[in-house]
Design a protein around this ligand. Structure first.
Ligand SMILES: Nc1ncnc2c1ncn2[C@@H]1O[C@H](COP(=O)(O)OP(=O)(O)OP(=O)(O)O)[C@@H](O)[C@H]1O
Length: 233
């Protein structure tokens, strides 16, 4: 089943008196329950792509279909509902609430979605069971990243969007995080989309989209993705 389809999507930004096509006539499909990696150099349009997928922004032209509905046409209200219910975000800026402990930070998403998972189970699953009463200021970068994954997962979203999830982490912690992302697709049947500069991550993906100058350079299907342990970092 297709989770996501982009058809001739262009995103144009106005800069001074001119325009920049951050994405230029981009078309591709993403299978559900798979891991897709988006690779590309700085400025190639990766964040723009992620913002469009997550309903944070709308395309200037083209059609974006998510599980059968064209999100480019949704009202503002419906788009907010889409973001709240369907999408889990794992961004580098963790957006955790400093005055809430780890468990409370995960539990708040229960209010957003009545199909959410058990927060305690999610915290255990990312290996933070013993840290559930800690506050964000008492956690390391890797732990914060795992906590933000637990929160994104707790919402039980259909699609998980990850922006450089291992960017600021050492390779051991990065591997742990990547294992969690892959597990989300394999165990929890989520559609996982990871935007990164790190080509090693692509070896674990089912498909890899290469972006360059706002265009798709190539799309590879990986019949035999490696496990995270098999990848050399
Ligand atoms: N809000 C904006 N206004 C104007 N130009 C923008 C805006 N957002 C992005 N751009 C331009 O669009 C192009 C693509 O940007 P984008 O952030 O999507 O790239 P990226 O691949 O995510 O880069 P990086 O890896 O450095 O984060 C760049 O040339 C950028 O300057």
């Amino acid at each position: 089943m297709k989770a996501l389809m982009f058809e001739h999507v262009t995103k144009t930004y106005k800069v001074g008196r001119g325009f920049v096509n951050a994405l230029d006539d981009v078309s591709f499909e993403i299978e559900s329950e798979k891991v897709t990696v988006v690779l590309g150099p700085s400025g190639s349009g990766k964040s723009t792509l992620l913002n469009l997928m997550g309903g944070m922004d709308r395309p200037s032209e083209g059609k974006i279909t998510v599980f059968g509905s064209n999100i480019a046409k949704l009202s503002e209200y419906a788009l907010t509902e889409y973001r709240r219910k369907k999408i889990g975000f794992v961004f580098q800026f963790y957006n955790l609430i400093p005055s809430l402990n780890a468990l409370e930070n995960v539990s708040i998403v229960q209010k957003m979605n009545n199909q959410s998972f058990d927060p305690k189970e999610m915290i255990n699953d990312v290996g933070l069971g013993k840290r559930s009463r800690y506050f964000p200021s008492e956690l390391s970068g890797g732990e914060l990243q795992r906590l933000s994954i637990a929160r994104a997962l707790c919402k039980n979203p259909d699609i998980l969007l990850c922006d450089e999830p291992t960017g600021a982490l050492d390779s051991m912690t990065g591997q742990t995080i990547l294992k969690l992302m892959v597990k989300m697709a394999r165990k929890y049947k989520k559609t996982v989309i990871i935007v990164t500069h790190n080509a090693s991550i692509a070896l674990c993906a089912d498909s890899v989209i290469h972006l360059k100058d706002g265009k798709i350079e190539s799309i590879e299907q990986n019949k035999k993705p490696l496990t995270v342990d098999e990848v050399k970092w």
